[in-house]
Design a protein around this ligand. Structure first.
Ligand SMILES: [Ca+2]
Ligand SMILES: [Ca+2]
Ligand SMILES: [Ca+2]
Length: 198
């Protein structure tokens, strides 16, 4: 006796958050970070209206400390609430090893005071700034970024080279509406109702 086999297709909708990120092209002028200088990199953008920004990420790609690296060398990196568009180069105000953003005119967030491990070659270094806390409430840094201009402040105290500095700002985008999910379900249902070939 021939039995028909009924296949039950279960469609599971997983409520995973959809993430999106705006990335900024690296500025080649920042590939060679020289000891006698410090830098600001101002970024202008239009935050997506439909996106709840949750984090900012900065990545030094293939970062390397040249010119006799030693543990006393420092690469100070800050998030700035605002900065002139593009790269601006300043002369260090103090000789030796000292973070020149300590005397910056407005509040900054120190992302890292990096020292390159001896003999480690090039490495990727990543810093992440939460723009919202675990409950979804804004951190102070959300306003710095969401007003359309923010900056990265870098004071290399030794020669640091890199293969590009990646900056990304991202967050969750709205999940599809119930109506769209409904239409999608109808579409699947229609497919399942198609007659089987004899
Ligand atoms: Ca410097
Ligand atoms: Ca300095
Ligand atoms: Ca700002």
């Amino acid at each position: 006796m021939l039995h028909r086999l009924m296949v039950l297709v279960v469609v599971v909708c997983v409520a995973a958050p959809l993430l999106a990120e705006t990335t900024f092209p690296s500025d080649p002028e920042l590939n060679q970070l020289a000891h006698p200088h410090y830098y600001t990199w101002g970024l202008d953008w239009t935050p997506p209206a439909d996106q709840a920004l949750t984090k900012l990420t900065l990545t030094y790609r293939a970062l390397e400390n040249l010119d006799e690296p030693e543990s006393a060398d420092h690469l100070y990196t800050h998030l700035l609430p605002s900065a002139p568009t593009g790269v601006t180069v300043y002369d260090d105000q103090s000789a030796g090893y000292s973070d020149d953003f300590t005397n910056w005119g407005e509040e900054t967030l120190l992302l890292g005071d990096y020292s390159h491990p001896d003999g480690s070659g090039s490495v990727d270094v990543v810093y992440e700034v939460p723009l919202r806390d675990g409950s979804g409430n804004p951190t102070p840094y959300l306003a710095w970024v969401a007003d359309g201009n923010f900056g990265i402040g870098i004071d290399p105290d030794c020669l640091f080279v890199n293969g590009g500095i990646g900056v990304g700002v991202g967050g969750a985008v709205p999940e599809p509406s119930v109506a769209l999910l409904g239409l999608s379900a109808l579409g699947i249902s229609g497919l399942l109702r198609r007659r089987k070939p004899t």
